[in-house]
Design a protein around this ligand. Structure first.
Ligand code: PGA
Length: 248
């Protein structure tokens, strides 16, 4: 992996309290001392976006949301948050299509969400990945291709989209794909994007149980542009150590 411009996306899911903003102190200091250019992006719950934005204002760290509504503006959608609102808070990124939200989101809805985010000039982290049953039935490529083609349908300018390959069976389980499978699937994603003339300079991240033990092995895999990190990113020390190990 070439590690200039590497991505480290912290997906905090439904974790964090008002006090959690203090846990950014060390990460901010670390990011200021980094020699290489890295993209550090925190995606806390909606409730913490504003305080994270304020806290990281003078740093290189960017803040994002974990989902958004299909509608760009405002509307009668109880419990929902639009791209406009995320932008208003100072968010620069939004995760769309995470497997923990896919039960309520088919590819068509994900496509609309991406369009709403792009209209607000947010950067999108589109999550794709097969379930264990797909893997067992040898349907991984079929699922990935469908998620890419339907999720990115009718989108031309995709330079604000980063793809995160997250095998669903790997999320939160401590199990990661074999080096060979990971290489193969990342290559397949890249080729699918190329063939569909989407974009050739696409950044592709890996997500699913990234931790201090496996980061060195994951770094050996070419073609990965960074990581989407859940559990391990909520502990600042572990998150920093993962970044250090990735960059050295
Ligand atoms: P995990 O989560 O690192 O805790 O497996 C990754 C994710 O769901 O994005």
């Amino acid at each position: 992996m070439t590690n200039n411009n590497i991505y480290f996306v912290a997906n905090w899911k439904m974790f964090g309290s008002v006090k959690s903003v203090n846990s950014l102190n060390k990460v901010i200091s670390y990011s200021n001392t980094m020699k290489l250019k890295a993209n550090i992006i925190y995606c806390p719950p909606y409730t913490l976006i504003k305080s994270f934005v304020d806290k990281t204002k003078k740093s290189n760290i960017k803040i994002g949301a974990q989902d958004c509504h299909t509608q760009i503006n405002y509307g009668p959608f109880t419990g929902a948050i639009s791209s406009k609102m995320i932008k208003d808070l100072g968010g620069k990124f939004v995760i769309i299509g995470h497997s923990e939200t896919r039960a309520e989101n088919d590819n068509k809805k994900i496509n609309l969400k991406i369009k709403s985010a792009l209209k607000e000039k947010l950067n999108v982290i589109l999550c794709i990945g097969e379930k264990l049953i797909d893997k067992r039935k040898n349907k991984t490529k079929y699922v990935l291709k469908k998620q890419i083609l339907e999720g990115l349908k009718n989108l031309k300018n995709l330079n604000k989209i980063v793809i995160a390959y997250e095998p669903v069976w790997s999320i939160g389980t401590g199990i990661i794909p074999s080096e060979n499978d990971l290489k193969k699937n990342i290559r397949f994603i890249r080729n699918t994007l190329k063939i569909s003339k989407k974009f050739t300079k696409s950044k592709i991240l890996y997500g699913g149980s990234v931790n201090l033990k496996n980061i060195k092995n994951l770094m050996r895999i070419d073609n990965i542009d960074g990581f989407l990190i859940g559990g391990a990113s909520t502990n600042e020390k572990i998150f920093i150590d993962i970044m250090k190990k990735s960059i050295n």
